[in-house]
Design a protein around this ligand. Structure first.
Ligand SMILES: Cc1cc2nc3c(=O)[nH]c(=O)nc-3n(C[C@H](O)[C@H](O)[C@H](O)COP(=O)(O)OP(=O)(O)OC[C@H]3O[C@@H](n4cnc5c(N)ncnc54)[C@H](O)[C@@H]3O)c2cc1C
Length: 353
């Protein structure tokens, strides 16, 4: 590719749902742009989800801007339905995506930012970081973890329950990943569910889009200085998808509070008693994939970049999209990323014109 072909108004790093949502708005601006993605194909993090990974809400609540997600076979779409949607979404809008290309660093060079990859450099007047979090699994620090001789995997690497048959398995983490993985591993293994506090379960007839509506109402109430009209509830509350209802019926959905430390063969609880454990599955979340930004000196000790909206305060040619609440309400969801992506592109357009 010529040097000119690698010079754009905007380079988007990451071709998952967030990068595509940004692309959707960019293609209507007339600005030149490219999306660089390290995956071999479409789908972003969804390509690495476990086989039975199920969305919290029906398809129509999981749409990117412009084209609704087609209905799924069951009520809640699974991983492959989402990947198929993202494949077709990309084809529909014919985004300029280059794959597989991993961005190593972003550097400043005069008026431009230089996006450096193993396959050469791209230059841009603005960069959008949409690298997601899936490649940065977070595991909390527990004393003795290094001495534990059993298996430890993160939900990012979990594929299915088969390898755990007949074992005693700790599932750590009280969100939807923890609940869904516990539900299927408990069919073949003895499981113990460790959560910081008792998980909050939604009623069976309430799906995840209600969480989104409640959170939206709270956001508006906050802005308007009124009391929210909806019950409390966070986007992390557990949605009773069929597998989790089945786990409750089998009586395996109880949880215990965290242990104190690991031993070579298990864990010791806060009351001093111990349990022998074969394996631990960490469903303890993720951190932003900010390796490409490291040389810009923007990433703070907690792993975030200071932003106003989605724009970096210290590097005004950089925007961050899709990392969760701190980069926009519900921005790490398919339906929620639209607002941040749209506002980001508006700002970029104003800055570059
Ligand atoms: C159990 C579970 C259920 C979920 N249910 C829902 C749901 O119902 N609805 C919903 O909306 N969301 C749901 N999610 C969340 C969703 O999976 C993620 O939040 C989403 O994938 C984030 O999209 P993204 O585009 O920001 O990041 P990603 O999908 O991770 O895309 C980022 C892309 O950037 C690439 N990349 C990273 N670093 C580089 C680099 N240096 N150079 C080049 N490319 C790079 C990555 O490989 C990837 O392709 C769920 C997650 C879980 C675990």
């Amino acid at each position: 590719m010529s040097e000119q072909g690698r010079k754009h108004d905007v380079v988007v790093i990451g071709g998952g749902q967030s990068g595509l949502a940004v692309g959707y708005f960019l293609r209507r601006t007339g600005l030149s742009y490219v999306i660089l993605d390290q995956e071999a194909g479409s789908g972003g993090a969804w390509r690495h989800g476990w086989d039975t990974l199920t969305l919290f809400s029906p398809a129509k609540w999981n749409s990117l801007p412009g084209w609704p997600m087609p209905p799924s076979e069951g009520e809640f779409p699974g991983r492959d339905h989402v990947i198929d949607y993202l494949v077709r979404y990309e084809a529909r809008y014919d985004f300029p995506i280059v794959r597989p290309v991993r961005v190593e660093t972003v550097d400043r060079d005069g008026d431009e930012l230089v996006v450096r990859t193993e396959g050469g450099d791209w230059r841009a007047r603005a960069v959008v970081s949409a690298t997601g979090t899936w490649s940065q699994p977070f595991v909390p620090d527990y004393p003795g973890a290094a001495d534990f001789e059993g298996a430890q995997i993160h939900s990012a690497d979990y594929r299915g329950p088969d390898g755990f048959a007949g074992q005693t398995v700790l599932v750590v983490g009280g969100g939807n990943s923890g609940a869904q993985i516990l539900a299927e591993v408990s069919k073949v293994a003895n499981t113990l569910w460790v959560t910081l506090e008792a998980p909050t379960f939604l009623p069976d007839d309430v799906d995840g889009h209600v969480l989104f509506e409640r959170a939206t109402d709270r956001l508006h109430a906050n802005l308007e200085g009124r009391k929210p009209g909806t019950p409390k509830g966070g986007l992390g509350d557990i949605v009773m998808v069929p597998s989790v209802i089945d786990a409750r019926e089998r009586g395996v959905l109880g949880s215990v509070r965290p242990f104190e430390r690991f031993t070579g063969t298990g864990v010791v609880w806060r009351d001093g008693t111990g349990t022998r454990i074969d394996a631990v599955i960490w469903c303890t979340g993720f951190q932003p994939a900010f390796a490409p930004l490291s040389r810009l000196g923007l990433v703070e000790p907690g792993g975030r970049v200071r932003v106003e909206g989605t724009r970096s305060v210290a590097e005004p040619r950089l925007w961050l999209v899709g990392y969760g609440e701190w980069t926009g309400f519900a921005s790490a969801t398919l339906i929620g990323v639209m607002r941040g992506a749209r506002d980001t592109v508006r700002e970029i357009e104003a800055a570059l014109r």
